[in-house]
Design a protein around this ligand. Structure first.
Ligand SMILES: Nc1ncnc2c1ncn2[C@@H]1O[C@H](COP(=O)(O)OP(=O)(O)OP(=O)(O)O)[C@@H](O)[C@H]1O
Ligand SMILES: [Mg+2]
Length: 413
């Protein structure tokens, strides 16, 4: 069952309200906290409770199940490294959240690219034939990298790119919005892997200082719970990459993932990538450590980053790929039938939306924004509303928030 209109006692107006708030299936309704549904304007606690309970009843969630009958539908796909697969218990898992954290250059983005391809492999070759939603907060997604990895696995790069739905993200609430959209892609486009590279970058930049810690953690909590629910509902894998901060422990220091307990407890698998301990800084050898996993020993392994993704060796051959009639380097040149991934990156590079197109921004405001260094829609989206409001007379924080929402709507249009 997947449609809200099949939930007993729910009417069209309530379905519309739920959908506007990102709850578009009976499963989503059944798994959303009562307080969240009750806080939707126009619903109220009594209605929220009734429809949630009815959704749970319809889905058989109000009975205990003998353990022998529990669905065990975990699927695994390869990370590109047999060693990494081994310590992960057989590969990257569906239905769960996996956090990979480590210092810069440790291979987090390389893994994100590799599994964006390997998940699309057929089952007999180590994949699950799934599509990908790639939430890119650091602007490090590379089509060239994807093409090389695709070639390594003897897949057609063009087909692979067309099943990676990419979103460049500019602010934490944009990130939350696109997490909700990723759920829709699970339903409609066969997405079985959601990647956020990286989870904390924007939150860390926007919520500065101890006073902002509580609101930041609240936003993060919503994201993690939302993703956890989507992972379970659609048996979807989730990779969250995370940065580290140095934590002092007496005389010693250690890298620690950021995001605190909410990330640590919210993720089922936590894997640390390390660059330290290898003879040369230029070495592409890395170490992976299982830090926390429900049913895995705390093992470690080594792997390599290569030009064609994560591997067990630094000498990955790109096969000649007989039957794949393209040159990797020239792919996409003169291609009129642009793919979704293309459209997104093209939008970024050419900045097709001048500020004047944003609803609520007139000529005078464009000049005022320009004087503050805000010249493009992406500058506007990455600005801090409070700081911007303080530097432009007559623009309240609410107004700046409206500009940013309108800019996002324009970009998504
Ligand atoms: N074509 C390539 N061939 C070999 N190594 C490469 C290639 N491209 C990138 N690398 C190496 O991969 C490493 C970068 O890894 P990656 O971008 O995955 O790190 P990261 O953990 O995501 O870092 P950050 O925290 O900065 O995002 C660098 O050491 C870089 O030298
Ligand atoms: Mg990275």
């Amino acid at each position: 069952m997947s449609d809200l209109d099949q939930v007993k006692g729910i009417n069209a107006r309530q379905i519309k309200l739920l959908q506007e708030n990102g709850i578009s299936t009976a499963e989503a309704l059944a798994m959303t906290p009562l307080s969240t549904v009750a806080s939707i304007d126009g619903l109220g606690e009594k209605t929220a409770k009734k429809i949630i309970w009815n959704a749970r009843n319809a889905l058989g969630m109000t009975d205990f199940t003998p353990a022998a009958k529990i669905d065990d539908n975990v699927e695994y796909f390869t990370t590109g490294s047999a060693e990494l697969n081994r310590i992960l218990g057989g590969g990257f898992q569906t239905g769960k959240l996996t956090e990979v954290y480590g210092p810069f250059k440790s291979g987090k983005t390389a893994l994100a690219h590799t599994i964006s391809v390997t998940i699309q492999l057929p089952q007999k070759k180590g994949g699950i034939d799934g599509a990908v939603a790639y939430i890119d907060t650091e602007n490090t997604f590379s089509k060239e990298k994807i093409k090389r990895i695709a070639k390594r696995f003897e897949l057609n790069p063009k087909d692979i790119l067309s099943r990676i739905f990419h979103a460049r993200i500019y602010s934490s609430d944009h990130q939350a919005q696109m997490i909700q959209k990723a759920e829709t892609l699970c339903k409609t486009r066969g997405v079985r892997l959601i990647i956020i590279d990286s989870l904390m970058a924007l939150l860390r930049a926007e919520y500065i200082g101890i006073g902002k810690l509580a609101p930041r953690q609240a936003v993060l909590n919503n994201m993690i719970h939302g993703l956890s629910r989507v992972a379970e509902t659609y048996n979807c894998a989730v990779l969250l990459t995370n940065q580290v901060a140095v934590k002092m422990m007496g005389m010693f220091s250690a890298d620690d993932a950021i995001g605190g307990n909410i990330v640590a407890h919210g993720c089922h698998f936590r894997v640390m990538f390390k660059t330290k301990g290898f003879s040369s800084n230029n070495s592409l050898k890395r170490r992976a450590v299982i830090v926390d996993a429900p049913d895995l020993p705390p093992e470690e392994c080594e792997f390599f980053i290569t030009g064609a993704g994560v591997a067990d060796t630094d000498k990955v051959e790109l096969p000649e790929s007989p039957g794949l009639d393209f040159e990797v380097e020239t792919l996409y040149e003169d291609d009129d039938n642009s793919q979704e991934s293309d459209e997104i990156s093209d939008q970024q590079s050419s900045e097709p939306f001048p500020l004047i197109q944003v609803k609520g921004i007139g000529k005078g405001t464009v000049e005022n924004l320009s004087a503050q260094g805000i010249k493009t829609v992406s500058d506007l989206l990455s600005a801090n509303p409070e700081e911007l409001s303080a530097s432009i007379s007559g623009a309240s924080v609410k107004t700046v928030n409206e500009w940013q929402n309108n800019a996002k709507a324009l970009m998504n249009s």
